[in-house]
Design a protein around this ligand. Structure first.
Ligand SMILES: Cc1cc2nc3c(=O)[nH]c(=O)nc-3n(C[C@H](O)[C@H](O)[C@H](O)COP(=O)(O)OP(=O)(O)OC[C@H]3O[C@@H](n4cnc5c(N)ncnc54)[C@H](O)[C@@H]3O)c2cc1C
Length: 805
């Protein structure tokens, strides 16, 4: 075996093979894929091979769409039989919520460009005359997707890669992986050692064990999943057409034709078991491993499938497959750099790897070779999980995800499996005030406060929480509100070279004066947006940086890997050491002045400055910033002091009409201010100018990462615009198509109802010719065309007068 390769991929399932091919397509063939057995001998070999277009995530849907374009071409490209069946799909809706979800996904189909329509019972019956449609109200019909032979697809991808010059080594287990002093990786295999610049973990159900070789982790639980194949069905034998792949919430599974037989797969919700040793180590020798059938476990759902398709019940079951599928806590793959390691990548954790393998390989290859991908990868970044995702958490979340595979999850709908994991010291106090929490990076963060014990009736339309959020917004706009944002990622950055280093890795200039605050973005070498931080200068050589809770580990990597050898810079992740209490509203100054000797007046404590002061006797960092567009301060004490601080603020707040508020209210208010959000508008798909963030770039700086490409990139194909939507009772949330006539010209990136301005607002990504203020386009909301007008300025207080007072 060769002793060097630029990139070594561990694992020859569909993920590894697709990555190998796409690296080669991007021009990198100094690659070696190492498989311990035969290619496909892990989960890929067992799969039923369905490749649906429909999935609940906008970015994941792009991954699925790419696979469905690629797979039909593979046979002609390689000569490898892949048995591609473009029979389309039908996903049944049995209630209004499922239909609402389909309408939202129908929007994705237009903005991404896959074929989908919502059809009624007549069309359903015409496409599948054998179906009992009891309880069915509609279906999402997709064309251009279908199913293929998973082993054929995997082998075709590997063959295509080899044809371009990539190398595959089979029957060769990777035994260990070590980091050399040079920064290269030493991959120790049964057949010798390979030195590599980059290593990729594509080890499927073994990804956790391979990650452990380098001291890392892969938050994966391997689930057992069954499908059965019936004996041939007479009704199929005489028919030339194939029924679409059926997906059915009532059955909690899928069914389709397999040649002239029926194939039924079940996502049972009781009796779940992991596939392999839940406490750790699967058998390295296992390959093509199947588990004993447990038909009793899936029987209730199998019976439902027979109810739906009585012709299945007329013949017996011929074959049962019970194989292992790797699952992550949020159901999305792990694609991107492993935390805290240079040049170690993850390409694993997919539970729909046949559907996703093609796209995962393509976009990961782009990221590895060019520093970013053409689609937003934030929700796949393995660093969205951290040490909080321990085995028990992963297992609880995965069990939930598995059993809800065919259950429609509506916006706002969150289950408590695995939670709470990380809580601020205010968690119970706020719950006593009615807080309903949402989870970000393991943190419980207040979403809204139930005034009367009501439970949110989740859905795509405005609901019973709308008025509650309006009241929270009013409190902030008219009086004063308090919010626990302890989950913010926080870093202390110090050292003689800290300023120069930060100016190099951020597009904006660091504050020159002590107490100054700057909004700063980190860019990829191509100038695309990687992160957003608020940086405060605490001293000539001390800075305090804040970033999104979900970005804690990726920004930590970005910061620490940006330090040059010999540079005097120290980075401390103080996320869990400091709490954050936000006090916002026109009466916030009066309230806080009653608790501090510090002068909070406009001359002494200006907007966008920070000082170390005492509030209620507690030393803290006070930042006069606001994401909600009102006068206000963020208070950052040592985390243990947070309860005493909150109590003092709450007590003093009685005289000022203080109210708690949550992230729903924050989203409404940030939309009114036209503030873009990291991972919605500010993503690796765009550069700063496309995102209309040019005012946060200091082009006068000698250099910063991404400067030259940001300056060079013209003409710019896309631009983020801010719009007012003529909505009825549904607001944009992102992923909705932007239409001009029948043409889809763009997509919304986020949106919300602005309670202060009483307008529905949305950001959208469109070509520049539609970006001029006053331009009117249409947005598809729940199947209805709604006009949207580009605004020139923020809908609320465009001159920031309320924050400057
Ligand atoms: C019954 C069943 C039905 C399914 N149906 C579908 C479906 O219809 N559609 C769909 O999209 N998905 C389906 N799946 C899921 C799909 O099979 C997986 O998501 C996908 O195969 C995962 O691919 P992978 O490349 O990540 O993992 P794998 O295919 O498991 O590949 C990982 C490879 O890494 C190798 N490896 C591990 N450790 C080492 C080491 N130390 N050294 C060298 N090699 C190593 C393994 O031998 C293995 O070949 C199904 C799964 C099952 C079990």
């Amino acid at each position: 075996m060769q002793s060097n390769a630029r990139i070594v991929i561990v694992g020859g399932g569909i993920m590894g093979a697709s990555l190998l091919y796409h690296l080669a397509l991007e021009g990198c063939t100094d690659t070696l894929l190492i498989e311990k057995n035969e290619l496909t001998s892990g989960s890929t070999w067992h799969a039923a091979g369905q490749c649906p277009s429909i999935t609940g995530s906008y970015n994941l849907a792009k991954i699925h769409a790419y696979g469905n374009q690629l797979y039909p071409k593979l046979e002609a490209l390689t000569g490898q039989y892949v048995s591609w069946h473009p029979c389309g799909g039908l996903r049944l809706a049995t209630n209004e919520q499922e239909l609402a979800w389909m309408k939202h996904i129908h929007g994705y189909s237009k903005s991404i460009g896959f074929e989908m329509e919502i059809v009624g019972l007549d069309t359903i019956k015409a496409l599948n005359p054998f179906l009992t449609t009891d309880g069915v109200i509609a279906a999402a019909r997709t064309t251009g997707d279908g199913h293929g032979d998973p082993a054929g697809l995997c082998n075709a991808l590997a063959k295509a890669a080899r044809n371009l010059g990539a190398t595959v080594a089979r029957h060769n287990r990777v035994l260990d992986i070590k980091l050399r002093g040079s920064g290269e990786w030493e991959v120790i295999t049964e057949q010798g050692t390979v030195i590599a610049e980059m290593v990729v973990n594509a080890a499927g159900c073994y990804a956790r064990e391979v990650a452990a070789m380098v001291g890392g982790d892969a938050p994966i639980t391997n689930m057992q999943h069954h499908y059965v194949v019936t004996h041939p069905i007479p009704a199929f034998i005489d028919r030339s057409e194939e029924i679409p792949v059926m997906r059915d919430p009532y059955t909690s599974g899928y069914f389709r034709q397999e040649q002239k037989s029926g194939l039924i797969g079940i996502y049972e919700s009781t009796g779940l078991r992991e596939a392999w040793a839940p406490e750790g180590f699967p058998d390295w020798e296992a390959s093509n491993e199947l588990f004993p059938d447990d038909l009793d476990r899936i029987a209730p759902w199998l019976e439902r499938a027979m109810e739906r398709m009585p012709i299945f019940g007329e013949v017996g079951i011929r074959r049962v497959i019970n194989g292992a599928i790797p699952h992550t806590p949020d159901g999305a793959p792990l694609l991107g750099p492993a935390a805290n390691l240079r040049n170690f990548w993850m390409c694993c954790g997919t539970s729909f790897g046949i559907a996703q393998g093609g796209g995962c390989g393509k976009y990961l290859a782009q990221w590895m070779l060019h520093g970013d991908a053409e689609i937003n990868m934030a929700e796949f970044d393995p660093r969205r999980f951290g040490p909080f995702a321990d085995k028990a958490y992963v297992r609880d979340k995965v069990f939930l995800d598995y059993r809800l595979t065919f259950t429609t999850r509506l916006p706002g709908d969150e289950e408590m499996a695995g939670r709470p994991k990380k809580t601020s010291p205010l968690y119970e106090k706020l719950r006593a005030h009615g807080a309903v929490h949402t989870e970000t990076f393991g943190w419980e963060r207040p979403k809204w406060f139930s005034p009367d014990g009501r439970v949110e009736l989740c859905g795509y339309r405005r609901n019973n929480v709308f008025d509650v959020v309006r009241a929270e917004v009013s409190a902030v706009a008219e009086r004063v509100g308090v919010l626990d944002l302890t989950g913010f990622a926080k870093y202390d950055i110090s050292g003689a070279d800290a300023e120069g280093y930060l100016n190099r890795i951020c597009a904006n200039h660091m504050p020159r004066k002590v107490g100054g605050i700057a909004l700063a973005h980190t860019l990829s070498p191509q100038g695309r947006i990687l992160g957003e931080m608020t940086v405060t200068r605490l001293a000539p050589d001390r800075f305090y940086a804040l970033s999104a809770a979900a970005a804690e580990l990726r920004d930590l990597d970005l910061l620490s890997q940006g330090v040059r050898p010999g540079e005097n810079v120290r980075i401390d992740n103080v996320t869990e050491r400091r709490g954050v209490l936000v006090v916002s509203g026109p009466r916030s100054r009066e309230l806080l002045s009653s608790l501090t000797d510090a002068d909070l007046g406009n001359d002494a404590f200006r907007w966008l400055t920070a000082r170390e002061i005492h509030v209620a006797g507690i030393p803290l960092r006070a930042l006069r910033v606001s994401y909600v567009g009102e006068l206000g301060w963020e208070l950052h004490p040592e985390v243990d002091a947070l309860p005493a601080l909150y109590d003092a603020v709450w007590e003093a707040g009685r005289d000022f009409g203080l109210a708690n508020y949550g992230l729903y209210a924050v989203n409404s208010m940030r939309m009114e201010k036209g503030y873009k959000a990291w991972s919605s508008e500010l993503t690796n798909e765009l550069n700063m100018l496309e995102a209309d963030m040019g005012r946060f770039i200091d082009f006068d700086k000698a250099d910063f990462i991404g400067k030259a490409p940001t300056l060079a990139q013209a003409p710019r194909p896309l631009k983020i615009v801010y719009t007012e939507v003529d909505a009825a009772d549904t607001d944009a949330r992102g992923g909705e198509p932007v239409l001009v006539g029948e043409r889809c010209i763009g997509v919304t990136t986020s949106g919300a109802y602005g309670h202060r301005v009483r307008k529905s607002l949305a950001f959208a990504c469109v070509p520049p010719e539609f970006a001029a203020p006053g331009t009117t386009v249409e947005v598809l909301l729940q199947g209805e065309r709604r006009s949207a007008t580009v605004l020139a300025t923020p809908a609320y207080d465009p001159d920031n007068l309320r924050m400057r007072v």
